[in-house]
Structure formats: structure tokens, C-alpha cells
Design a protein around this ligand. Sequence first.
Ligand SMILES: CC(=O)[C@@H](O)[C@H](O)COP(=O)(O)O
Length: 257
Amino acid sequence: MLDLYGTKLPSRLLLGTAQYPSPAILADAVKASRASVVTVSLRREMAGGRSGEKFWSLIQSLRLRILPNTAGCHSVKEAVTTAQMARDVFGTNWIKLEVIGNHDTLQPDVFGLVEAARVLCEDDFAVFPYTTDDLVVAERLLAVGCKVLMPWCAPIGSALGPVNATALRSMRGHFPDIPLIVDAGLGRPSHAALVMELGFDAVLLNTAVAKAADPVGMARAFGNAVDAGREAYRSGLLEPRDVAVPSTPTIGRAVFQ
Ligand SMILES: CC(=O)[C@@H](O)[C@H](O)COP(=O)(O)O
């Protein structure tokens, strides 16, 4: 089972709740994915008025673990304040911490991220930092109290999939005991399977499901891909090699008449 801050979760898929064609499709997609955690944006809640209330009731009806996020925050102050409000609104100390540093790539401001994580960890938050695949930044996040890391594999919403699988592999190797969740940039179920085969503990995604022609079918496909990738990792994948190795025994000689 996936263990995040002492909470055991049956699924290794975390799903975002934005951009779905309708609330009903969102609910069906979440169920089809078998996700056990959904992310929710405080900004959306606050901006939504009555529709925000309905959305929140829907999310609650799913009876899943909620991971509020600080999506859209560009400074330490903004992210910390949003996290503190989210704790009150959603009744959880879990926070997916985003401090965005660049408008074009939506990549994290890793300096602000470490500082915001420090403040929030001191305030007893369970911080899930949305970060890059940089090992030094990862060390800093762990040093200030994060117990989970969430590296991107490509820019949010890009659907590019793992653009630097080598860096992800290296991250897994450096932090064998830290839960690592790939967050952002996954476009296809095969991308999710690939990062799970690398030994990542879970994936978090949104756009690839919400914007699919059939979000419910795509959610199911991602759920299956995550399971397949995890089982493949646990079953011991073969290392690729450059030379052929016969897969059929060739002892003896065939007799031709
Ligand atoms: C939903 C969420 O919390 C984000 O970090 C992000 O939106 C996920 O990325 P994709 O939308 O690229 O899957």
C-alpha cells in the first residue's frame, strides 16, 4: 500500500479535479480511475460562490482523501496564506505546495518552494511539494521537513510525458525510501506505466483525463496503467541489452529428411 505521511492508501493514482466537462463526468472519472486521493484548488472553491459549494459537496460525496493545492500561487506569502486557509476550509493539514516561477512553463520557483515548505512544515503541515527533478532541491525540501516529493515530468498540461527519464531514474536511485510521486505533464497511460516501472510510488495527473474525449474511459485506462507499471516494477524488469539472446532453447539439431 502507498504510505503518505502515515496514511495508507490502496491506489497509487492521485487525480486532479479541474477542467472536466461536467461535475457528473468528474465524479464518474474519479470512480473509474480508482484514485484514493483527489486534489482540490482553494482558489476555485473561493471563487466559485454557490457553484463552489456544489463542487465541494460533490467532492465530499466521493469519500476520498482530499489534497488541497496552492495552484496559481507565485510567491511564498501567497502560497503559505493559501495553505493556511485551505487547512481551515478542507479540514486537513495535507497541502500540495505549488509556488509557480515561470508563466510559460509553470515550472516551480524552487527557491520560494523550499522557503514556503519550511514555513509550512514548522506549522505542522504535511507538505507535498510540486518540484523539479533536481536532486539538490529535493535534498533541501527533505531537510526542511517534507516527507514526500512530487517532481514534474513535464510542464503542467503539456501531456509531453517524461521528458527526462534519466533524471527521474536518478531521483529514484538517490531517494530509495522517500515516497516519490510524479506530478504534472503526463499525457498517456503509457507515460504513467513508464514512471511506475521506474519505481515511482504514485502519479498525480489531471489534464490528460479531464480533457480526453472520454474522460471516464481515460481515467480507467490510467488506473490500469498505474497498476500495470507498479506490478512490472515489483516483478523485476529485464535490463535491455545490445545483443540477441535466443528465447527458445537451441540444444541439439533439428533433423530434416
Ligand atoms: C492538478 C494538479 O494538482 C496539478 O499539479 C496539475 O494540474 C497536474 O498536471 P497535469 O494537468 O499536467 O496532469
